[in-house]
Write a new protein. Sequence first.
Length: 304
Amino acid sequence: MAQKRTALITGDGGIGHALALELHARGLRVFATARSLASMEKLAVAGIETFSLDVTSEESVATVKAEVEKLTSGSLDMLVNNAAVFYESTAAEDALPKIQTLYNVNVFGTMRVTQAFIPLLLSASKTLIASQRDRTEWAPRIVQMSSLAAICPTPFYSAYNSSKAAMMQYGNTMRVELEPFGVKVVTVHIGRVMTNIIRDKENDWQGLPEGSIYAPIKDVYEGPAHEVFPDGAVSCETFAKDTVPKLLSKNGNAFVWTVGQSPMMWFFDAFFPRTIWDWFLRKTFSMNRLAIAFRKSIAEKKAV
């Protein structure tokens, strides 16, 4: 009896949970990870193996790697880099400690986990090539769960946007570097998905700081416009059912554009100048109104 293909997923914040269930339903042996085992109780009940993993900790990553290595005889077929946190503020008023926390998870956490598990992916690739099954089965792969934030420069998300852009380009480079070894890299551009990262943002969000230079458009910053597509979100389950078949494709597309506004964003990014975002976002976020207010304040001070 052939062994099940294996997949490890970081983060259980909605999307990770749904991906784990969908991959499990399609016959893979799934290793789900999150900081808290308690948050993955439903996955464990479903028969999915769960591990406590802090992507910001070298020790935690090394421990999970060793455990997975024992369970799989040293190989892994799919690594899904999904763990991420969110932070919303303006570039001029970002709190650097919060940005560092975000980068430690979204960027350095991804790099830390990837470096640890590449040897297991290479082992899986060697086995596949040696048995000549590489011609009929999908190759081992790293899945980078990026975001439309890496493409669309949404105002007030500068730190988060840049972390996702870093993750995307890290994946782009690995795709070229690992291809000779039979390991593919797939970057997923997540659209508007109602995941826990959005719920956490809404629960913890503080609004504009006192004395903000963006006070003239406070109603925009703290209103529905800052969501860009407030009515376009899909469920994590819908996202997973749409995305997983693409992740398991034998050819393994370099990029996957998912449901939840993603195809539309691909169209704009592919066929329009990049400055199309400037025009669209300037209008959506009332930047012209902010410019008028700024000039008016200068004129008023000059008149005094």
